[in-house]
Design a protein around this ligand. Structure first.
Ligand code: SUD
Ligand code: ADP
Length: 281
C-alpha cells in the first residue's frame, strides 16, 4: 500500500480572459483558455492513521486552517467519510496572488493525492465539484487538461494547444482577485465569442487595462516584455507572460529581465504533470 506521494502542483496562465457578465451572486461569467504549465509547487502527502490533517510549512499571511491545502483535505475527509489523515509538506515556488493559480493547484493536488492515498475512489467530476467551492480555478487543475472555460471557470472543454515555451514575469506587486472584480471600472460586457475565434486569432485579457492603470509596475513589465513578443496579463494579475517557439529563446529573454522581476520559464503542456504523475489519463 502506498503511504507517501510527492506530486506536482502546476501553474496555469490564462491565454486570454473575457468577462461576459455578472451573476446575481456577484461572481462574473468568463470566457478563458487555461494553459497548464510544467512548472509549479511540489506537495508531499504522507498517510496518518490518527485522522489529523497537518500542514508542516506555513505560508506567510495564511493561517494553517485557512490554507487551501488543509481546507481541501478536510473537505475530502468529510465527503468520503475516511477516518485517515495526512501530513503535508509544501515546497512553494509559485508566487502568491500572481494569477497563476498556485493556491488552487495546491488544493487540486491535495484532493487527487488524498483520494489516492485514502482509497476514496471519488471520480474526477466529483472532486472538481468539491474543488469549485474552494476556488474558481480548482476544477481545471482537477480535470488536468488545458481547456476552454466558461461560467466562472467550471464549464471546461479540454483542448489541444500547440506547446510553446513561456516567459512568466512577476512584477513587484501582489493583486487580490477580489479587488479587480469589485472595481467599478472593470469591463463586464464583452460579447461572448465561439471557441473558433480563439483558435483563429489574437484575444486580450479584459482585466489588463484596469490592472495597468491601478498597478504601474504591471504596466512597466508589459512594456518591457512586449519588446520581445506579445505580452499579456494572466488572470487578474500580477504575473504577465509571453510565448516563444523554443526554450532557448525564452531563456535568453528571461536572462535579460530587470532585477526587480522574478518569474520563470516553463513549457505549456496539454496534459497536467499531476495527472502524468498519477497516471490518470
Ligand atoms: C479570474 C481568475 C482566472 O483564472 O483569476 P486569477 O485568480 O487566476 O487571477 C480566476 O478564475 C479566479 O479564481 P480564484 O482566484 O480561485 O477566485 P476565487 O477565490 O473563487 O474568488 C475571489 C473573488 O473574486 C471574485 N470573482 C472570482 C471569480 C469570478 N469568476 N468572478 C468573481 O467575481 C469574487 O469576488 C470572489 O470573492
Ligand atoms: N496553498 C496556498 N497557496 C497560495 N495561496 C493560498 C494557499 N492557501 C490559501 N491561499 C490564499 O489564496 C490567495 C490567492 O492565492 P493564489 O492562488 O496564489 O493566487 P491567484 O488566485 O492570484 O493565482 C493568497 O493570497 C493566499 O491568501
Amino acid at each position: 500500500m502506498t503511504t507517501t506521494l510527492t506530486l506536482p502542483c502546476p501553474a496555469k496562465i490564462n491565454l486570454f480572459l473575457r468577462i461576459t457578465g455578472r451573476r446575481a451572486d456577484g461572481y462574473h461569467n468568463l470566457q478563458t483558455v487555461f494553459q497548464l504549465l510544467d512548472y509549479g509547487d511540489t506537495l508531499t502527502l504522507t498517510l496518518r492513521d490518527d485522522g489529523d490533517i497537518r500542514l508542516e510549512n506555513a505560508l506567510p499571511g495564511v493561517a494553517h486552517d485557512d490554507n487551501l491545502i488543509v481546507r481541501a483535505a478536510k473537505m475530502l475527509q468529510e465527503k468520503s467519510g475516511s477516518t485517515l489523515g495526512a501530513t503535508l509538506q509544501l515546497e512553494k515556488r509559485l508566487p502568491m496572488g500572481g494569477g497563476i493559480g498556485g493556491g488552487s493547484s495546491d488544493a487540486a493536488t491535495t484532493l487527487l493525492g488524498l483520494n489516492h492515498l485514502w482509497q476514496c475512489e471519488l471520480p474526477l467530476e466529483q472532486l472538481a465539484e468539491l474543488g469549485a467551492t474552494l476556488g474558481a480555478d480548482v476544477p481545471v487543475f482537477v480535470q488536468g487538461h488545458s481547456a476552454w472555460a466558461e461560467g466562472v471557470g467550471e464549464q471546461l472543454q479540454a483542448i489541444e494547444i500547440p506547446e510553446q515555451y513561456y516567459v512568466v514575469l512577476r512584477p513587484p506587486c501582489e493583486i487580490a482577485t477580489r479587488e479587480i472584480f469589485l472595481h467599478e471600472q472593470l469591463t463586464r460586457n464583452d460579447p461572448p465569442i465561439k471557441i473558433a475565434a480563439f483558435l483563429g486569432g489574437h484575444l486580450e485579457n479584459s482585466c489588463e487595462k484596469l490592472v495597468r492603470k491601478l498597478y504601474p509596475e504591471v504596466d512597466k513589465a508589459l512594456i518591457w516584455l512586449n519588446q520581445f513578443a506579445s505580452a499579456k496579463l494572466t488572470g487578474t494579475g500580477s504575473c504577465i507572460f509571453a510565448g516563444f517557439e523554443n526554450k532557448r529563446q525564452a531563456e535568453q529573454v528571461f536572462a535579460q529581465r530587470p532585477e526587480q522581476y522574478s518569474g520563470f520559464v516553463a513549457k505549456g503542456v496539454n496534459l497536467s504533470p499531476l495527472h502524468r504523475a498519477l497516471a490518470i489519463v
